[in-house]
Design a protein around this ligand. Structure first.
Ligand code: NAP
Length: 264
């Protein structure tokens, strides 16, 4: 399969081999896309560079998305090196550990601002910075979670941020639609990653998910990668402003029951 042959993809948010961004990177590489990778800070370089080498990717650029000058610099570098791009993946989120446990009303002003800035505004900022080099037919993809629409205990400010990210997806889809640029979100079920480890009670939630999702199994970064390929490819040419659930059907269930319970 060469679903992304001739396309160039920039992927933001690769931290290590467990990252959702790594599942997406591998799937897009498999489908023939030319890949560029961006990571957050120097400390990650020694983990990110070897991963990039595995797929023969030479374009590896640092970008802290809280810094306007770094976003501008990485967009400029992409313009110089690729000319135009077809796919931009935002797989970035952050909230302080103290915000991801206990009641939501304890969220601090600073914690709220930080979560919104890094997890939401950065997607808008990247869309703006890369807009001049997005080819018609380009696809922007961000990563969200069901805690945006229903309460996921401890997810707190990150749930509120994901709601804003999904809304931003729709507004960006509206803005960029006339240029045939599409914007979608993938809502992934829980996956054991660095970011997820910061969410209070994640381990129990992860197990509970496999017990009650219709398909009775957790999802993998490969599952997300394959869905991202679909959203990046011409197969999804008229799909924009959507949230695509990759969650073994978890979001379809309204009343959760122990699957072992007798039905009378
Ligand atoms: P991850 O591997 O820890 O990836 C999160 C990435 O965000 C890291 O590369 C992190 O870099 C980056 N980041 C944080 N602050 C940044 C900044 N200022 N500038 C640039 N990058 C920054 O975890 P992940 O689970 O794959 O998360 C990827 C996305 O999937 C996130 O949007 C997350 O909310 C979403 N998601 C995850 C799950 C799940 O269960 N894992 C489920 C649904 C959605 P640092 O490590 O340097 O902070």
């Amino acid at each position: 399969m060469d679903l992304l042959e001739g396309k160039t993809a920039l992927i933001f948010g690769l931290a290590n081999e467990r990252s959702i961004a790594w599942g997406i990177t591998q799937a897009m590489h498999r489908e023939g896309a030319k890949i560029g990778i961006s990571y957050a800070g120097e400390a990650l370089e020694r983990r990110v560079k070897p991963l990039a080498e595995q797929i023969n990717c030479k374009w590896v650029e640092e970008c802290d998305v809280t810094k306007d000058d770094q976003i501008a610099a990485v967009a400029e570098k992409a313009k110089r090196d690729f000319g135009q791009i077809d796919i931009l993946v935002h797989s970035i989120a952050f909230a302080g550990r103290e915000e991801l446990t206990g009641p939501y009303y304890n969220t601090s002003r600073e914690g709220f601002k930080n979560a919104m800035d890094i997890s939401v505004f950065s997607f808008v900022a990247l869309a703006k910075a890369f807009h001049p080099i997005l080819r018609p037919g380009a696809s922007l993809i961000c990563m969200t979670y069901y805690g945006s629409v229903k309460v996921a205990p401890h997810y707190n400010v990150m749930g509120v941020a994901k709601a804003a990210l999904e809304s931003s997806t729709r507004y960006l889809a509206y803005d960029l639609g006339p240029e045939k640029i599409r914007v979608n979100a993938i809502s992934a079920g829980p996956i054991r990653t660095l970011a997820a480890a910061g969410v209070g009670g994640f381990r129990d939630m992860y197990k509970h998910f496999a017990d009650i999702s219709p398909m009775r199994e957790n999802i993998t970064i490969e599952d997300v990668g394959n869905a991202a390929v679909f959203l990046a490819s011409d197969l999804s040419a008229r799909i924009t402003g959507e949230v695509l659930y990759v969650d073994s059907g978890f979001n379809a269930v309204g009343v959760q029951m122990n699957p072992e319970a007798k039905s009378e």
